[in-house]
Ligand binder design. Structure first.
Ligand SMILES: [Zn+2]
Ligand SMILES: [Zn+2]
Length: 553
């Protein structure tokens, strides 16, 4: 057996989301993070995308643990799906564990899960690996980097991080510890590439606090603020500023309520007494004494802000004069849904402050170029593997590594499924394992394969056409039909000629089949399909899905 450490990303490279990295040494495997991705626009009806973990299922007896760096969906979202096949112990900090438990409860898996709470600075053993979590700043509390002592050498996985000298409610990223490990010698660094294109430093969370303060000061209207539910630091700042201006705070939206419950139970949120009120009490206070914190920063159509804007919220409506603050950026792909909600809020007479109309309403939770260089300089790894990013992010990040003096031969840009082998003598890509996407539709899982997806695409683009006819059971002659029913293809009332042509064509096809002695239904159906689809493509340039239905009479 080789004495090399294998590093395999099953997601998170050349894509945004579904982060999952496998570390393997001889008989032991650990998995770092287990996230979901989000569907592309052409994945009709797909709710989430999870990584293909066939490789892990095959090797399940060798998996010693799943270690989670923080509680964002792109790092923990797949845990319930993966746990059904691989019941390995989970290691996470308390807040991350709390969020995972909520998910497992929903999937009725909490009983079978073995969840272990970890803490920054306290090492634990998993198989042949010793893992030390290291505190980092990010847009969620309880985020850690992992220093993993392997028999081949020390590996540091940053998780998602930034370096915030003035964070809210926590310490700065533990640069001192990273530097100590760097001095002892680090074999390989795997580091977050999300903002590798951006120059300078990511602004401190504190800058958003100043902006919020200026928007609350002297404001006489109701203030409605939306942000990512998981950004507890931001929620803390909103609560602080509301309390400072003697406003009560009501919370709406299930994920926001869940997050606030879990994090205040664990002591991550400090809510001043008599600040929170129930949604039902909102009507008892004048506008200048109210703040509402809501979900919907991405314009999600089920979110509380969306329902308020489109009059679908049971207790709250947008009223003219409301000040709505969107303290978030649109995740790539969500720009349209966000602008839709902003437009509707304006239409309702609200004053809307969003990124684009105003600066410093949001800061990123990911390190920019100068911070990435500091990480590289402190850790001083022999080998470097950029992770968590599209190709351009990975390339930018490897250029930064070269700039701080890492030999270009020691930098590897990998791809999902590729196997990196590394030890003190060298690093290389050697082969690959199965990887890719599994599409999840509603509560089902992985039951939507390529064929189903192709059909949905087909239906969405060209619609469908059903041909119904009945044939005599005695001599196979046409008794009724052919009737043609279409959906999403042509507007029937304006296409009577076309429909008539199709009916004639089907009758002619049946006559021709009969003349050739063809009587089996499968061949009849295939002939009808071929005749119709080539005719329709010629006349309309469209290819609707065609379903012939033959009945016996
Ligand atoms: Zn994150
Ligand atoms: Zn992430």
């Amino acid at each position: 057996m080789s004495d090399k450490l294998k590093i395999i990303s099953l997601g998170g490279l050349n894509e945004v989301g579904k982060n999952i990295t496998v570390l393997e040494y001889k008989d032991d495997i650990i998995v770092i993070d287990c996230g979901i991705g989000f569907p592309d626009g052409d994945m009709y009806g797909i709710d989430v995308v999870i990584p293909n973990v066939g490789y892990l299922v095959k090797n399940r007896s060798r998996i010693r643990g799943i270690i989670l760096t923080h509680g964002h969906e792109d790092h923990i979202g797949s845990v319930p799906y993966v746990l059904k096949d691989i019941n390995a112990p989970i290691y996470a900090t308390d807040l991350t564990a709390g969020l995972v438990k909520l998910k497992l409860e929903e999937h009725k898996l909490l009983d079978i899960a073995d969840i272990n709470i970890i803490e920054a600075g306290k090492s634990f053993r998993v198989g042949c690996f010793t893992v030390e979590p290291i505190h980092v700043n990010h847009s969620i509390a309880g985020a850690v980097a992992l220093a993993i002592n392997t028999p081949a050498g020390m590996v540091i996985h940053t998780g998602d991080f930034k370096i915030d000298p003035t964070p809210i409610g926590c310490q700065m990223t533990d640069l001192a510890r990273l530097g100590e490990l760097g001095k002892k010698g680090v074999l390989c660094l795997l580091s977050d590439s999300t903002n590798a294109e951006r120059r300078g430093y990511s602004p401190s969370e504190m800058t958003v606090g100043y902006t919020l303060d200026s928007l609350f000061e002297n404001c006489k209207s109701r203030i409605i603020v939306t942000t990512f539910a998981s950004n507890i630091y931001r929620i803390q700042q909103i609560i602080n500023v509301a309390a400072r201006y003697k406003r009560r705070v009501a919370i709406t939206g299930r994920s926001m309520e869940n997050m606030i419950n879990v994090s205040s139970e664990l002591g991550y949120l400090d809510i001043p007494k008599n600040t929170l009120i129930d949604l039902n009490q909102v009507k008892n206070y004048p506008p200048e004494q109210l703040t509402i914190i809501t979900t919907g920063s991405q314009g999600e159509s089920m979110s509380a802000l969306y329902r308020m804007a489109f009059s679908g919220h049971k207790q709250l409506d947008i009223i003219p004069g409301d000040r709505v603050i969107i303290s978030a950026s649109a995740v790539p792909g969500n720009e349209k849904t966000v602008s839709r909600i902003v437009d509707e809020l304006f239409r309702r007479g609200a004053e809307v402050l969003y990124r684009g109309s105003m600066d410093d309403l949001h800061v990123s939770g990911h390190a920019c170029q100068e911070e990435l260089k500091i990480m590289l300089a402190l850790v001083k790894p022999k080998y470097f593997v950029p992770i968590h990013g599209e190709q351009r992010h990975l390339v930018f990040h490897s250029n930064l590594a070269k700039a701080v003096g890492i030999n270009h031969k020691n930098i590897v840009i990998s791809d999902i499924g590729k196997v990196i082998e590394v030890n003190k003598k060298g690093i290389c890509i050697n082969g690959s394992v199965p990887s890719g996407k599994v599409l999840v539709d509603g509560t089902g899982m992985g039951d939507v394969g390529n064929v189903v997806m192709r059909d949905r695409k087909h239906l969405a683009q060209d619609g469908m056409l059903v041909v119904v006819l009945s044939l005599s059971s005695e001599d196979g002659s046409l008794i009724s039909g052919p009737d043609i029913i279409t959906r999403g293809f042509v507007y029937v009332k304006e296409a009577t000629d076309l429909i008539e042509e199709m009916r004639t064509l089907v009758s002619d096809t049946l006559v021709a089949c009969d003349a050739n002695g063809i009587t089996d239904w499968a061949t009849l159906k295939a002939s009808i399909k071929t005749a119709l689809s080539s005719y329709l493509f010629k006349t309309t340039r469209r290819s609707p899905m065609i379903l012939p239905i033959i009945m016996e009479a």
